[in-house]
Structures are given as structure tokens and as C-alpha cells.
Design a binder for this molecule. Structure first.
Ligand code: ADP
Ligand code: MG
Length: 386
């Protein structure tokens, strides 16, 4: 956790006024991969890595944005914010400011200082955390109120339209709504959600393979197109089908044999992964960790063999966890072709698990991984300085 008092002090030294400070967490997805754009289910948890945004109003119409992680000063005029992305980290903040204005918020001159400890570009969604914390900060200066789900949508809009990254709603939603000790089962179609309690004494150990293969973007677009082809096929049998989310396992069994092998594999992953995600929420709620672990392993196998978005390093990291004391289950998390795995591990074993999995992975691949042990934490909030 970033030291609040230090951040407040730093802010006062730079800007000569006292800030309010807002925090928004990063996240990890426990299960439900490549289901979001198929209007299905995901089950992420917010984690304790977070971005803090300190803010205080100014008397003029200037907007000063600084980050402790990215040195450099830039001044903006709130009435003339750049309409196009600047290509820097400030886009995450500017995009949110513009989205808020578009939804009726009055922007004021302000000083804003970011301090984050979410590992950047590592699969824990530092981008959502800086967006959501910035949104809360700007909103605090104006009278117009927004609900947390509205804030999540605004932030996603900023990342889609201003930053230009094609992301789903999951990251921003769980950064807004997360709850300590819980995963959040989210219906990506309706945005209905419920919490699934993570039994006490369980740690989420995120393991970064440190690779990101170039394939990722091209393959992502291809998978989306393949899913759309699947939808068109099933919609011929039932016009009510709008997304793979609407296709039951029974329907897949009954007519899926007529699909080409590749499309059938993609559809099978999505349809079963949706069911696994619902089952996982129930398993966690029941405290059935053995079942939860099994579902996570099945999810990985399906992503590897049917959706074909894993890679040698992710498979090595998943294999490295097997047999370690306290390990309950794990899988790749995120889009694939690199990035992280997520593992459920008993707290008393988590430190040993972290060092041993690092060693095993390094032996298998020659790469030194980064390991981030975390817990499910609360979503965005204002932090009190008193
Ligand atoms: P991630 O997987 O971490 O979300 P992204 O590429 O989506 O990776 O977002 C990372 C970007 O978010 C950084 O390159 C930077 O532009 C911005 N960002 C995240 N944290 C901070 C921070 N503390 N200060 C400034 N910018 C940040
Ligand atoms: Mg991101």
C-alpha cells in the first residue's frame, strides 16, 4: 500500500494545497476467459495493488497532471483538452475527464498527482485502476453524481475511444465494485453481478511469465471473428441466439457436429467456460476448493487445446505449480500468448509456493518470472487522511 501521508505531503509541497485522495485497485480474473465479448460470465477479484489519485481544485482553468511513476510536467487548459490522444500515460486521465464532461460533469481547473503500485503491463490492469481513481477524483470536484457502475462504463469508454484499446468492461467494473475477500461474478451482458466469498486463508498468487508474443492482437481479432461465425451458425437453428452466451451445451452437442473443426473448438471453449464460471462461483460459495481448483485446471486446458491461446511459457508456469504444497488450482489469466497465470494457494504456503514456482519456471524456460501474491480487496473509494 502506498503511504497516504507521504503522498499528501508530496502533493502539498508541489502544489501548495491539501488534496483529497482516491484509490482504485487492479484486478485478476479467476475464471471466465474469452467469454466477455461473447456476452458471457467472468469472475475477477480486485487486488491490493492500486493507483492513488490526489486532487485539489485550482482557481484558474488549468489542469496539471503528474505521476510519480512517469516524470514530466504538462499543463492543459480544461476548456481545450486535446481532442485526440497524446500517446502518453496522460491519455488515461484525459480520456476519463472528457468522458465525464460528455456525460454532464463540469470540469474545473485542478492539480492531480498519481501514485500507483500496480505492476504496469503485467496483467493486473494498471490502466483500469488509474482510470477509475481519476474518475473518482474529478467527480469529487463537481456536483454531478455517478453510480459506480456508471463510472466503470465511462472509464471503459475512455479506454476504448480515447486511448484506443479494445477492452471489455470487466477491469473497470471490478475496480469499481470489488469487495475484500470476494470474487465478483459478472454477467457481461446485463452487468448484473454477485459476490462469491473466497474462503479465509487463501491467497491469489499471480505469476508473470514475462513474455508477450506478437501473435496476441491478430489472434484476438481472429478468435472474435470465429465466435461470430459460430453465432451465425447457431442463429440459423434458433434466431433468438445473439451471442455464444445463448447457446446451451445441449444445443452444441445436438448440432455442433456440423461446424468446421476449428469453429467447433472455439465455440466449445466459450460455451463450457461460461458454465465453468457459474460453477466456480458456486464452488467458492460452498467452500469447495477442490472443485474450484479442478475448474481452473479445466479452464486452462480448454484455453490451451480448444481456444488455442496459451503458449509454451504459460503452460510451463501452469505445470510448475502442480504438486507444490498448498496449491489448489491455477490457469492462464488474460487474453493469452503470454502474460500471467493465477493460482489459488493456501496462505501458509504462499511464500514457499512463490519462490518454488519461480525456480521451477526459470529452470524450464530460462526466464526469471515476477510473482505477485495478492488478496481480494475492496473496490474504488476515497481514502481518509485523518
Ligand atoms: P495493464 O495491463 O497494466 O493495464 P496497459 O497497457 O493496459 O497495461 O496500461 C498501462 C498504462 O497505464 C501505462 O503504460 C501507463 O500509460 C498507464 N498507467 C498505469 N499506471 C500508471 C501510473 N501509476 N502513472 C501513470 N500512468 C499509469
Ligand atoms: Mg490495461
Amino acid at each position: 500500500m502506498v503511504n497516504l501521508r507521504e503522498l499528501a505531503q508530496q502533493f502539498e509541497e508541489r502544489f501548495r494545497n491539501a488534496p483529497r485522495i482516491f484509490r482504485a485497485p487492479g484486478r485478476v480474473n479467476l475464471i471466465g476467459e474469452h467469454t466477455d465479448y461473447n456476452e458471457g460470465f467472468v469472475m475477477p477479484a480486485a487486488v491490493e495493488f492500486s493507483s492513488l489519485v490526489a486532487i485539489a481544485p485550482r482557481k484558474d482553468r488549468k489542469l496539471l497532471i503528474q505521476s510519480n511513476q512517469f516524470p514530466g510536467d504538462l499543463e492543459f487548459d480544461v476548456d481545450r483538452l486535446p481532442a485526440q490522444r497524446t500517446g502518453t500515460w496522460r491519455d488515461y486521465v484525459l480520456g476519463v475527464a472528457l468522458a465525464l464532461r460528455q456525460h454532464g460533469s463540469d470540469l474545473q481547473g485542478a492539480n492531480l498527482l498519481v501514485h500507483g503500485n500496480v505492476p504496469i503491463g503485467s496483467g493486473l490492469s494498471s490502466s483500469a485502476s488509474i482510470e477509475v481513481a481519476s474518475a473518482l477524483a474529478f467527480i469529487s470536484l463537481d456536483s454531478k453524481r455517478f453510480s459506480l457502475p456508471e463510472i466503470a462504463k465511462l472509464c471503459r469508454q475512455a479506454e476504448n475511444e480515447y486511448v484506443g484499446a479494445r477492452v471489455g468492461i470487466m477491469d473497470q467494473f471490478v475496480s469499481c465494485m470489488g469487495k475484500a475477500g470476494h470474487a465478483l461474478l459478472l454477467d457481461c451482458r446485463s452487468l448484473e453481478f454477485q459476490f462469491a466469498h473466497i474462503p479465509a486463508g487463501i491467497e491469489l498468487v499471480v505469476c508473470n511469465t514475462m513474455v508477450k508474443h506478437d501473435l496476441a492482437t491478430g489472434a484476438y481479432n481472429q478468435r472474435r471473428a470465429e465466435c461470430e461465425e459460430g453465432v451465425r451458425f447457431f442463429a440459423k437453428a434458433d434466431p433468438g441466439i445473439r451471442a455464444l452466451r445463448d447457446v446451451s451445451s445441449e444445443m452444441l452437442e445436438r448440432i455442433g457436429g456440423d461446424l468446421s473443426l476449428t469453429i467447433r473448438k472455439r465455440c466449445t471453449h466459450v460455451i463450457r467456460e461460461n458454465q465453468r464460471t457459474l460453477d466456480a462461483a458456486r464452488a467458492l460459495g460452498d467452500g469447495d476448493l477442490a472443485r474450484m481448483g479442478k475448474l481452473m485446471r479445466e479452464s486452462h486446458e480448454s484455453l490451451r487445446d480448444l481456444y488455442e491461446v496459451s503458449c509454451r511459457e504459460l503452460d510451463a508456469m501452469v505445470a510448475a505449480a502442480e504438486g507444490l504444497p498448498g496449491f489448489i488450482g491455477g490457469r492462464m489469466t488474460g487474453g493469452g500468448f503470454g502474460g500471467c497465470t493465477v493460482n489459488l494457494v493456501r496462505e501458509e504456503n504462499a511464500a514457499d509456493f512463490s519462490s518454488q514456482i519461480a525456480q521451477r519456471y526459470c529452470q524450464a524456460t530460462g526466464i526469471t518470472p515476477q510473482i505477485y501474491p495478492c488478496h481480494a480487496d475492496n473496490g474504488a473509494q476515497e481514502l481518509s487522511l485523518s
